[in-house]
Design a protein around this ligand. Structure first.
Ligand code: DI6
Ligand code: FE
Length: 402
């Protein structure tokens, strides 16, 4: 059988759902043509391949390319000064009153051009790619006006033209209430539903719609309006839910068949059951938990028991998770949330793909899927989760290309 490229002498963590654990295959090969996997499995079972190029990878491990399914990677400025103030004892509220918080990132993001946003995002993106990320979700939500939200989304959409990466873009207009609407939040929701979502959907600028359901964000009733508009315009939904309190956002998201509900530290049993019934993925974000020194852990045991799929992601953002390392995120998910090694690796590959509605295309090593691979210089997969600040990536393959 004629193939373009073949990786041999590999150990595969296929993440195939029909195999136990990581779907491990010792003495494996991966064959690809064009950007597709033709075969990923054991050498013994493989057909005879005639490959244009063959790479002996000397017993290294291959996983699917990493999928970071929740980031706010595009923004201007940073909040290091705010971090210092917090270290000195200032509360979020004091910082917000002094012009800090999401509003300070909004001000910087509004002042930046689309090109400046791209330039600011690229070093962060490059760090992620250097750790084997091949698909990343990026949210808007720091523009908070029609023109600035569109500017953020088009910056996110431009990144795959500059780097070998797939970007899933998410419209998060309902992230925070911009000052001009402080006396009339419903008017801001009107703007989101009546102008922003229709325009963004028509231009194909977003793949999904997200919102921040929280006391300092938007109420469930407001989120429902946003979800209705998304549904009308054919966009899938997801939700920042139960991060700081329990407003039953996860159940609301599940009611709308959400791809995911994210954060979930305050999730209760009813929310878990609703997510299980709708197949909504739980996206856990240990970076935000760590950086904000949150104490309540998401109900991992309940999620497991109910069979809710669990993904993990960086939540890379300037305020609560200035984190650009998917590997460290896996370590944090294990140490802080007590996820197993297998759950961490699945959470950053197969389950991340599921949370983006892309599981047919990426997230496992299987014939027919895109050939997005991460090749690791490790003796065993646990090393991907165990190290802190060490990067064992040997090579990253994007659509069959090194
Ligand atoms: N939850 C978060 O942790 C971030 N957004 C959200 O909805 C915070 C974003 C920021 O502080 O800039
Ligand atoms: Fe977030």
């Amino acid at each position: 059988m004629q193939v373009e490229r073949l990786w041999s002498n590999a150990r595969l963590a296929t993440l195939r759902a029909d195999l136990p654990g990581l779907g491990t295959i010792e003495d494996g090969i991966v064959a690809c043509s064009g950007d597709r996997i033709l075969y990923a499995g054991s050498r013994a079972d493989a057909p005879a391949f005639d490959a244009e190029s063959e790479w002996d990878i000397e017993g290294r491990w291959i996983t699917p390319g990493l999928v970071d399914c929740h980031t706010h990677l595009v923004y201007a400025g940073n909040r290091a000064r705010e971090f210092e103030l917090r270290l000195a004892g200032a509360s979020y509220e004091e910082i917000a009153r002094a012009g800090g918080g999401i509003v300070s990132t909004m001000t910087a993001t509004r002042a930046a051009t689309r090109d400046e946003l791209i330039e600011a995002a690229l070093p962060r993106l490059d760090t992620m790619l250097g750790e084997g990320v091949t698909t990343i979700e990026i949210k808007s939500g720091y523009g908070l006006s029609e023109i600035d939200e569109i500017k953020m989304l088009s910056a996110a959409r431009a990144l795959p033209g500059l780097r070998p990466v797939r970007v899933a873009a998410t419209f998060l207009g309902a992230h925070a209430l911009p000052g001009e609407f402080k006396d009339d939040p419903e008017a801001y929701i009107d703007l989101i539903c009546d102008r922003m979502i229709p325009g963004i959907a028509a231009e194909g600028l977003a793949d999904a719609v997200d919102a921040f359901c929280e006391g300092i964000g938007f109420t469930p009733a407001q989120v429902r309006r946003v979800f209705e508009a998304a549904k009308t315009h054919g966009l899938r939904v997801k939700l920042h839910a139960e991060q700081l309190s329990n407003l039953h956002g996860a159940a609301l998201a599940a009611e709308y068949g959400a791809l995911s509900a994210d954060h979930l530290e305050h999730l209760d049993a009813a929310g878990v059951a609703a997510m299980a019934a709708s197949g909504t993925v739980a996206v856990l974000l240990p970076g935000a938990f760590y950086f904000t020194r949150e104490e309540l852990r998401p109900p991992v045991a309940l999620l497991r028991k109910a069979g809710v799929p669990i993904a993990i992601a960086t939540d890379s953002n300037p305020g609560t998770s200035p984190l650009t390392s998917p590997l460290l995120t896996m370590n944090m998910a294990a140490t802080l949330f007590r996820l197993t090694v297998d759950e961490c690796i699945a959470g950053m590959t197969r389950e991340g793909a599921r949370a983006l509605g892309l599981l047919d295309e990426i997230g496992t090593l299987e014939a027919g899927k895109r050939c997005d691979l991460a090749i690791w210089d490790v003796e065993e997969p646990a090393e991907l989760v165990y190290h802190m600040g060490f990067n064992p990536l040997h090579a990253r393959i994007w659509g069959g290309q090194a």
